[in-house]
Design a protein. Structure first.
Length: 328
C-alpha cells in the first residue's frame, strides 16, 4: 500500500488537456506518477479500438511511459451515467453521449451499454485489473421520501439497475477485470446501503466493486472510515480530495440550491494546507485498507484545478481525467 500510484482528472479542448502527450508531460512535470484516462467521445481512449488492438494499447502505455508515468485505470464515468438515466435528467445527460445518439434516450442507453462491454477487454490488453465508472440514476428524484414514494418504487428501480448492469459485470468477469462504481451523490449507488441493494440485485457478483472517495461521504456526513471497515473487501479503486461540511443557521446538507462554492457541504479551494489534507487522508485510508487486508488499489488525488471556485463547476471540461501523486 506504500507504493500505490494513481490517476488524474480533466480532458478539455485547450492545451494541455487536449492531447495525451501534453497531459502526460504536465502530470510528470508536477511530480505525479500515474494517470487515469477517460474514454469515449472527445477523450484520450477510443474503447472499441483499445479493446480490439494490442498495438493501440501498447501505444497508449508507451506515451505515458515516455514521461515516467503508469496507467492506473480507464474511466467510463460518463458512459456509466447513461446506462441508467431518469427521464427528468434526460436534457442534462445528453451531452455525455456520442452526437449521433443524443435526443434519443433508447439509442443513447444502448450506446452506453455497448461502451461498457469494452473496457474490461481493453483493460486486459493494457495490463489493468479494474476500471472505474458511475452507476447511473433511476431513483434519484425520489431520494427524499416526500411526497411519499409509492410502495416498491425504489425496489423496482434497483431491480432495473441490476438487470442493466449484470451483463456488463459478466463481460468484466470474462476478461478477469473488476468493475468499480464510484459511490457518488449523483448516482443511485451513493453509500453502503445502496451498494448492498445493488449487489443483492446482481446476485452478489464478484466483479461488482467500489471506487472509494471519502470526500463524497464527508459531504453526506457518513463515517468514511467505518465504510472501509464494512466494505474494504469490495474496494478496488480509491480517489481522494479535500472537502468540508460547515452548516450554519441558513443551510445544511442540501445546500439551498446554492452553487458548489457556497454550499455548506463543498469541495475546498486549493492551497498548501489542502494538499496536506489530501496527503494525510490518502495515507490514513491506505493504512486502514492495509490493516483490513483490503485489495491493492489505485488512488486518485484530484487535481487542484477541480476544486470549486467562484461559479466554476467542480469538474471543468469532460469528466473524469485526473492526476495522482504516489505514496512514497
Amino acid at each position: 500500500m506504500r507504493t500505490i500510484k494513481g490517476p488524474a482528472q480533466f480532458v478539455g479542448s485547450e492545451p494541455p488537456f487536449d492531447r495525451s502527450e501534453m497531459i502526460a508531460r504536465r502530470a510528470a512535470d508536477l511530480g505525479y506518477v500515474g494517470l487515469q484516462l477517460s474514454t469515449g467521445p472527445s477523450s484520450f481512449v477510443d474503447l472499441a479500438t483499445a479493446a480490439a488492438s494490442q498495438a493501440n494499447c501498447d501505444e497508449i502505455v508507451g506515451v505515458l511511459a515516455a514521461r515516467g508515468l503508469a496507467l492506473a485505470e480507464l474511466s467510463t464515468h460518463l458512459q456509466g451515467q447513461l446506462v441508467a438515466v431518469h427521464p427528468a435528467y434526460d436534457p442534462l445527460s445528453d451531452a455525455f453521449a456520442a452526437p449521433e445518439v443524443r435526443s434519443d434516450p433508447v439509442a443513447r442507453q444502448r450506446w452506453a451499454v455497448d461502451q461498457l462491454m469494452l473496457p474490461a477487454r481493453a483493460s486486459r490488453r493494457l495490463g489493468l485489473s479494474a476500471h472505474v465508472t458511475f452507476s447511473g440514476a433511476l431513483a434519484r428524484p425520489d431520494l427524499y421520501p416526500w411526497p411519499q414514494r409509492h410502495v416498491g418504487l425504489v425496489e423496482d428501480a434497483f431491480f432495473e439497475l441490476g438487470r442493466r448492469w449484470w451483463p456488463i459485470l459478466d463481460a468484466s468477469e470474462d476478461e478477469g477485470a473488476d468493475l468499480c462504481h464510484e459511490s457518488h451523490p449523483g448516482e443511485d449507488l451513493d453509500d453502503g446501503v445502496t451498494f448492498e441493494r445493488f449487489v443483492d440485485e446482481v446476485g452478489g457478483h464478484a466483479r461488482a466493486n467500489i471506487l472509494y472517495d471519502p470526500s463524497h461521504f464527508l459531504l453526506q456526513q457518513l463515517d468514511y472510515f467505518a465504510f472501509l471497515d464494512r466494505y474494504h473487501e469490495r474496494v478496488r479503486a480509491f480517489h481522494v480530495k479535500d472537502a468540508e461540511f460547515r452548516p450554519d443557521g441558513r443551510s445544511g446538507v442540501y445546500g439551498g440550491f446554492q452553487s458548489c462554492a457556497n454550499r455548506p457541504a463543498r469541495f475546498r479551494s486549493p492551497g498548501k494546507w489542502a494538499d496536506r489534507l489530501r496527503r494525510d487522508l490518502l495515507e490514513a485510508g491506505a493504512l486502514r485498507l492495509s490493516r483490513l487486508g483490503g485489495a491493492r488499489v489505485g488512488v486518485r488525488a484530484e487535481a487542484p484545478g477541480g476544486r470549486c471556485a467562484g461559479g466554476r463547476s467542480v469538474h471543468p471540461g469532460t469528466h473524469h481525467q485526473g492526476v495522482t501523486k504516489g505514496l512514497r
